[in-house]
Design a protein around this ligand. Sequence first.
Ligand code: NCD
Length: 303
Amino acid sequence: MRSLIDIKELSVKEIDSLIETALDIIDNPQKYSEKCKGKKLATLFFEPSTRTRLSFEAAMYELGGNVLGFSEAQSSSSAKGESVADTARMISCYADIIAMRHPKEGAPLVASMNASIPVVNAGDGGHNHPTQTLADLLTIKRKKGRFNNLTVGLCGDLKFGRTVHSLINALNRYEGIKFVLISPEELRVPSYVKNEITKAGKEYIETKDLVSAMPELDILYMTRVQKERFFNEEDYLRLKDSYILDPAKLTNAKADLSIMHPLPRVNEISVKVDTDPRAHYFEQALNGKYMRMALILMLLGIK
Ligand code: NCD
């Protein structure tokens, strides 16, 4: 029985195989429509979500399975004081696989240690978000055709942005990757993540200047300033509009730049960018469903 808590748990070969399955699902959806017949996915969301929860649910429905769960902590027994460990034990009696989002870093790991079914981390605090990374990787594969030799700009809240941490850990494994980390001083990538880049022998630079970095980027991954992780409102208000991508800022960008964003966007990307053929963030959300389908099949051991 296997869970997915951190993207590093998947080998490069396994990621390739998930991508291969996702691409086959895109081409032959009917082949997969009954693969999870009789199986149940429990979505345990202790924090708000639109894409992640609904794409997990859509993924399970499109595999012919069923879904149960809750979308806010207040409607679960955690509001009465139940521990994550006990919740995970209980849900193991009702479902075949769990997708859990939690504001506390490490909560899905604790769940996986106490559940007798696979647990997928659907985002834990400001830490990790491995299935968003799977969506990101499929998008990169479909748009760039490769994971090697890419200069990847990550822009915005790189401190609390869990999708950034997981994406860095995934791309660290490929040759010729260079990271350009674009953020205000206060929102830089945490040192434990930067250490992983160095350990992997990859290059990174840190800058505040998005426009100067633009010309060399193959991918620009924009992120939202993570309001819910700030200790005071004043800091959030000061930093929230640090970067707003608009058509003018793209003047010197590569013609084949891929603009990505895990969404939801607040102000970081002007709606005027949406019609630019390099804007790939809505497709990225769709790719999340296919990769979650592939992941559910893998964790349930269904061929
Ligand atoms: C992200 C998350 O929850 O970390 N959203 C998502 O799952 N696509 C990004 C965010 O909330 O800013």
